[in-house]
Ligand binder design. Structure first.
Ligand code: LLP
Length: 412
């Protein structure tokens, strides 16, 4: 489960300092291999958009999704183009619910297919780029996620075109002569099989009832990973079989083959990454014992944002025996919510770990997705460095930001 040997992490911490993101290329390749049954794997790069990882994806034949102008430029920098690959799938698709002017201009310039989450987007795109390829992202009226904040379906979500608006969206596509590629659904992050069957059925019903022809459907992302010990990994063959059945029914209805895309973020990179931190202080607080490390929610936001669970392990700096203790693990930020052991709503929990001492390394596991990509400069903390381990080779793939770089932005 853990591809990172403690001795290697100690070496990397000495070389590059902490906090440090460390990724394992073999794990990413393995996760890609598990989804090969799909015609196209489209990486939702919001999970981790480091250009070196995007290049690794490209070498593996994985295409990308972009959700901002910045992510389009990252994909281009990693060597992707919007042109269709051998399978007919575009190297980049832009998914959003709105355009700002600069992003619309970039989408048009590079002819990046647009996965539209609103009818306004279709009008704005159609007015300047007739014939542009589009997907329609449909909100089927229900959703599911590991947290309310990652549920992207239903009437409380801002995402997608409401399912009953599909005829109006198709009319906008026709009005502007846009080229319909297919329908897309992503109902949330952390989806279970029960909901999956419901999404597949909703996709089949929509395609059958809408009267439009199309080449492709997209299953979206949302595949979960086992963050806690004992949680079962997703059965990707079963996942594929449900979508494949939906695709076959749609192909039979349309009278031609239909291309099936999947759009995972977390599944491809979460288990491939750790956040390496150093223990800098320990202290009792009444009945609680605090272990304070040099990474905070400015680095890994998921526990503070969603009450998300990340496995932890301690790499002691010396050989002295360590008792097992219950401890709160917290960071350096000047904010009480800067705690890695917490439940949704900010309830502070404890974790059973070997007793930590200053100088030990504490590893936060399964942090490759929505870790570095959600980091901020809060408390004027520079972004941490990133290292990619590939077999025996280790490469710095992002250097540590400096405070000077942050201050330079204000030299106006
Ligand atoms: N496609 C679309 C349209 C999405 O909005 C997302 C995620 C994905 C694909 C990829 O979802 P995944 O396979 O990674 O679950 N920051 C949260 C997750 C937010 C996901 C947002 N959209 C977290 O740390 O759990």
């Amino acid at each position: 489960m853990n591809p990172f040997a403690p001795a290697l992490l100690q070496t990397l911490a000495r070389q590059h300092g902490t906090p440090l993101w460390v990724y394992d290329a073999a794990t990413i390749r393995q996760r890609i291999a598990e989804l090969r049954a799909f015609d196209t794997i489209r990486f939702a790069q919001k999970a981790n958009s480091n250009t070196h990882l995007l290049r690794l994806m490209r070498e593996q034949g994985v295409v990308v999704d972009a959700v901002s102008r910045g992510e389009i430029l990252r994909a281009l920098a990693a060597g992707y183009t919007a042109a269709p690959d051998a399978q007919g799938a575009s190297g980049i698709v832009f998914t959003a619910d709105l355009f700002d002017a600069a992003t619309l201009a970039t989408v048009v310039q590079h002819r990046v297919p647009v996965n539209a989450g609103s009818i306004d987007m279709l009008h704005q795109l159609g007015a300047v780029s007739p014939g542009h390829p589009v997907w329609l992202r449909i909100n089927p009226g229900f959703g599911h996620g590991h947290s309310n904040k990652t549920n992207t379906g239903g009437e409380h979500s801002k995402h997608g075109i409401w399912h009953t608006e599909l005829p109006a969206a198709l009319a906008a596509v026709a009005q502007h002569g846009l080229q319909l590629v297919g329908l897309h659904m992503h109902i949330g992050s952390g989806v279970d099989y029960g909901h999956l069957q419901q999404v597949c059925s909703a996709m089949v019903d929509l395609v059958k009832s809408c009267g439009a022809d199309m080449q492709a459907i997209s299953a979206g992302g949302g595949l979960s990973i086992p963050y806690r010990e004992g949680e079962a990994p997703i059965d990707t063959a079963h996942y594929f079989s449900l979508w494949d059945a939906a695709r076959r029914e749609i192909a039979a209805h349309l009278g031609h083959a239909v291309h099936l895309e999947i759009e995972p973020g977390r599944y491809l990179v979460a288990e491939a990454g750790v956040l390496l931190t150093e223990v800098r202080a320990t202290k009792p607080m009444g009945g609680n014992r605090f272990t304070l490390v040099d990474a905070g929610f400015s680095d890994l936001m998921r526990p503070s944002m969603y009450g998300a669970f990340h496995g932890m392990s301690l790499i002691p700096a010396d050989q002295t025996p360590r008792a097992t203790v219950e401890t709160v693990v917290a960071g350096p930020l000047c904010e009480s919510g800067d705690v890695f052991t917490q439940a949704e709503g900010g309830v502070v929990l404890t974790r059973e770990l070997p007793e930590a001492r200053v100088g030990d390394l504490l590893v936060l596991h399964d942090a490759g997705a929505y870790g570095a990509s959600m980091s901020s400069n809060y408390n004027t903390r520079p972004l941490a460095a990133e290292v990619l381990v590939d077999g025996d080779a280790q490469r710095l793939i992002r250097r540590r930001q400096t405070v000077d770089e942050l201050l330079a932005l204000e030299n106006t």
